[in-house]
Design a protein around this ligand. Structure first.
Ligand code: ADP
Ligand code: MG
Ligand code: MG
Length: 865
């Protein structure tokens, strides 16, 4: 088995083996682009390293040195050589891009001897590179805090009276190298390694280890990246953007990653290396300034960026270095972007004829798109708000919250449920968790490609960077326009404009742009799975229609009974001692319920409307406070103690598994009859008055045995047909069930014989399959998460492994009886992209989700990636 590949041996399709960075470096090599050559140690080698208890096996070491020899031959340089020495970078790169999460070491191969050899040619570059190597190596390999080195640098800068490390002269750099080596030796307990091969192996190991550093673990979790993938390591010949005149290094996107506008968008620094641009420690120049100073290199880079975009059929995020006027490409990948940009780019690239509609839909990252529906500031509130500062609009969306100055405090606020805005000089990868839990991020330093900006965009989180008017102080205060702000003070930020406001500003839901609406209609053309909505009111239904829902997959009828005037009739019904009493109480509910359905049918017109019959245990409707009980007693002319007795009698040890769902209607069929009458009469009324051929779908919950269903369905159909006949009209109604018990899954073939449709109630199915209650699981699921037992909340994203098998079984059993039976899902999972993926693959007819998730779901069902 091959573990190490020359760039010239790979290509973009080998991403799993070479990681994203390695595969794309290989691809650019194949395309004949100017890429410094090198080789990639595969992800399999990383896994092998962990399997061997963190040792790189002898045979892989041998392969690495063989490939190093080939690189020496290709470059005509010698690693550790006494003339024309080869320096390399050691760069991490997993299958999925994880910007800034893992480690890179530059200028490897420099030693006290080699630096002197290199110095004969260019002393300043030699020592500048050496000091960078020592610092990075200390950080990455030995985990020595960067700050010890930064302190030395500060000291030397002060001593020489120079502003930036880029301007240090040779003597200063030599002095810095001397100091760095002392610090290194002090903290590492050994001198800086003088054998380049030792440097190389140690750096490779460190990159392997960085796969499991806390921020990488956190990032993986956030983005669903499996631990088992491992990272690859790229060893690449160094090129030098720090060789003085005619040298630069930078990053650029082929389109604006914040707005999507078609333009080369990027930042660079003259006479610099690597991390200087993204670390936020130097303020970079915008890419158009490169056009002015190095027009040829700029033009070449521009041309390559266009070629790459066409080649990868997506917006590219590229890294480059210019050494003495010569351009080198160091990386390309599909660029991360804001939701707005994603929509604009996908739309434009279809219009420009670069990609197909299907490719445009596939290009959209649904996790990020959710940001589109994120709130915007309320226009009115905004017009009277106090704008106190302006920075760069790095990631759009409006956010208000309490100021916090560090990631740990952000977590504390998050745990208290208080929204906060993380305000920092600049962010670093350690801050990632705090950034995730903050409502927004504001930094006073950094450009549009700084860490804060890139990470916030990846999270779809509101972010402003480079806001120099906000002076963040060591003592956890910020001074803005002369006023001091402390932790807990409220501010608001608008990541779309870069404006910072004092106080809290109200927000309103985001609107869909015309481009997004067009993409959604393309998605509808391509999708086979329909998107329904869960809506209990005409207002929700109308909202969902606006968002493009094609039906209602779930009306929870009990929600209709909680309003003040209704709950009383409901309680009367529950307190009834006899069927006659109960029917009388239900008569009061009938017109109310009928009107609800009239309103909803009028909104939904000829689209299917799935109505679930009363589901929750009855105690949920009873009052809990003494005052309410007393009120009820007087209304019902009953004794308080009698009511208390009834409430006690309704008490169940496991209400989730108690007298609920179809069991209620089986004990009290008159409830189901009232609901049937309300639905059918409402449907007929709307049909008659408005002429719509309404499509009611009656759904019986929590069926575990087909006999339960048959018992109710027979009575429902009998009554429905009777009413329809009386009206001398026709009506297309269906009676189906919700499958939400494991037993129902196993018996789905029998059930299918009786039902007109099936909808999976995945909330209950998850609860009943795992055997843990969704109301109580939160606490121990947190332990499970920490211990790595269950790391994904199965109530938010379907447990495809376990619960998914039950669904699959039921699906196939049902289809084996009725090949065309309508099958959908109406749990929370119907709006979760990963779960939708699962339902789509199985062949569901629809997924149903809450109105605001409908647009994203429409994209999900159309994706074929
Ligand atoms: P990250 O994944 O954090 O972006 P990279 O491996 O891309 O880390 O390295 C960071 C930066 O280091 C690059 O953007 C580039 O500027 C610089 N770099 C990496 N390899 C080389 C090289 N061979 N020559 C010159 N600069 C390099
Ligand atoms: Mg990079
Ligand atoms: Mg249920």
């Amino acid at each position: 088995m091959q573990f190490v590949y020359m760039f010239s041996e790979g290509n973009a399709a080998m991403r799993d083996v070479l990681g994203g960075k390695g595969a794309n470096l290989a691809e650019m090599t194949q395309l004949g682009f100017p890429v410094p050559q090198g080789f990639t140690v595969s992800t399999a080698a990383c896994n092998d390293y962990y399997k061997e208890n963190k040792v790189i096996s002898k045979s892989i070491q041998k392969e690495i040195f063989e490939k190093l020899a080939r690189l020496e031959a290709v470059s005509n340089k010698q690693f550790g050589g006494t003339h024309n020495p080869l320096l390399v970078s050691v760069r991490s790169g997993a299958r999925a891009s994880m910007p800034g999460m893992m480690d890179t070491v530059l200028n490897l191969g420099l030693t006290d001897d080699v630096v002197e050899v290199m110095a004969q040619d260019d002393a300043r570059t030699a020592f500048d590179s050496y000091r960078r190597l020592i610092q990075m190596y200390a950080d990455v390999v030995k985990e020595i805090d960067k700050k010890y080195f930064d302190q030395e640098l500060e000291f030397v800068l002060k001593e020489t009276g120079i502003d930036s490390d880029h301007d240090l002269d040779l003597d200063a750099l030599k002095g810095l190298v001397r100091r760095y080596k002392v610090i290194y030796e002090y903290h590492a307990n050994e001198p800086f390694p003088q054998d380049p091969r030792v440097q190389l192996m140690e750096a490779i190991e460190a990159v392997f280890r960085s796969w499991n550093n806390p921020r990488a673990i956190y990032y993986r979790k956030m983005h669903d990246i499996p631990e088992s993938w491992g990272t690859a390591v790229n060893i690449q010949e160094m090129v030098f953007g720090n060789k003085g005149e005619g040298c630069a290094t930078g990053v650029a996107f082929s389109r604006n990653p914040a707005s999507g506008e078609k333009m080369l968008y990027g930042e660079f620094l003259f006479n610099a290396q690597g991390e200087d641009v993204v670390a936020g420690t130097h303020t970079p120049l915008t890419i158009d300034q490169l056009e002015k100073t190095m027009p040829e290199a700029y033009q070449e880079f521009y041309d390559l960026s266009q070629k790459l975009e066409h080649h990868y059929r997506d917006m590219q995020d590229m890294e480059f270095t210019i050494e003495k006027g010569k351009l080198f490409m160091l990386q390309t990948r599909n660029g991360k972007r804001t939701a707005q940009a994603a929509v604009q780019i996908a739309y434009d690239m279809v219009e420009e004829g670069i990609i197909t509609k299907q490719e445009a839909i596939n290009q959209l990252d649904t996790q990020i798109l959710e940001g589109l529906l994120h709130p915007q500031f309320d226009e009115k509130a905004l017009s009277v708000a106090d704008m106190i500062a302006k920075g760069l609009p790095a990631s759009p969306g409006a956010a208000s919250g309490a100021i916090v100055f560090d990631a740990t405090t952000a977590l504390k606020y998050f745990e208290k449920g208080t929204p906060c805005i993380l305000v920092r000089l600049e962010t670093s990868p350690e801050d990632i968790e705090g950034m995730h839990v903050s409502s927004g991020i504001l930094t006073s330093r950094g450009g549009m490609t700084s860490h804060a900006a890139v990470v916030a965009r990846g999270m779809g989180k509101s972010c402003i960077v480079g806001c120099s008017e906000v002076a963040v102080k060591e003592n956890k205060t910020a001074i803005i326009k002369g006023k001091t702000y402390r932790e807990g003070d409220l501010i608001s930020i608008d990541g779309s404009t870069g404006f910072v406001y004092e106080g809290r500003i109200g927000t309103q839901p985001g609107l869909l742009s015309d481009e997004f609406k067009t993409l959604l209609t393309w998605a509808d053309e391509l999708a086979t799975v329909k998107v329904y909505t869960n809506a209990d009111t005409p207002k929700d239904a109308a909202k969902a229609l606006e968002y493009g829902a094609r039906g209602i997959g779930l009306i929870r009828t009990e929600h209709m009974f909680f309003e003040k005037n209704r709950i009383r009739a409901m309680r009367e019904m529950i307190l009834s001692q006899t069927t006659v009493q109960r029917e009388k109480a239900l008569e009061k509910l009938l017109p109310i319920q009928r009107q609800d359905f009239v309103d909803i049918f009028s909104v939904m017109k000829e689209l299917p409307v799935t109505i679930r019959y009363l589901d929750p245990p009855l105690h949920e409707f009873m009052p809990t406070t003494t005052q309410e009980i007393e009120e009820l007693a007087s209304i019902m002319s009953m004794g308080v103690s009698d009511i208390k007795t009834v409430i006690r009698s309704l008490h169940e040890y496991n209400p989730m598994m108690g007298h609920r769902g179809c069991r209620l209607a089986i004990s009290y069929p008159e409830i189901a009859m009232m609901q049937t009458r309300a639905i059918i009469e409402a449907a007929l009324e709307v049909k008659k008055t408005e002429g719509y051929d309404v499509q009611p779908e009656i759904m019986i919950p929590l069926v575990g045995d087909v006999k339960e269903f048959n018992f109710l369905a027979m009575r429902i159909r009998e009554l429905a047909d009777k009413i329809i006949n009386e009206h001398e009209l026709s009506l297309n109604y269906r009676v189906g069930t919700m499958i939400e018990l494991p037993r129902a899954c196993v018996m789905a073939d029998q059930i299918a014989k009786s039902v007109d449709f099936i909808s999976f109630g995945t909330n209950d199915l998850t609860q009943m399959s795992f055997g843990f209650s969704r109301d109580d699981a939160g606490e121990f699921l947190r332990d499970y998460d920490r211990l790595g037992i269950i790391t994904k909340d199965p109530f938010a994203s379907l447990d495809t492994e376990g619960v998914g098998q039950l669904i699959e079984l039921a699906y196939h059993k049902a289809r084996s009886i009725k090949p065309d039976i309508k099958i959908g899902v109406c749990g929370e999972h119907g709006g979760d992209p990963r779960s939708i993926e699962f339902f789509k693959k199985l062949g569901f007819n629809y997924v149903s989700c809450s109105p605001f998730r409908v647009p994203i779901a429409r994209i999900c069902v159309a994706q074929t990636k």
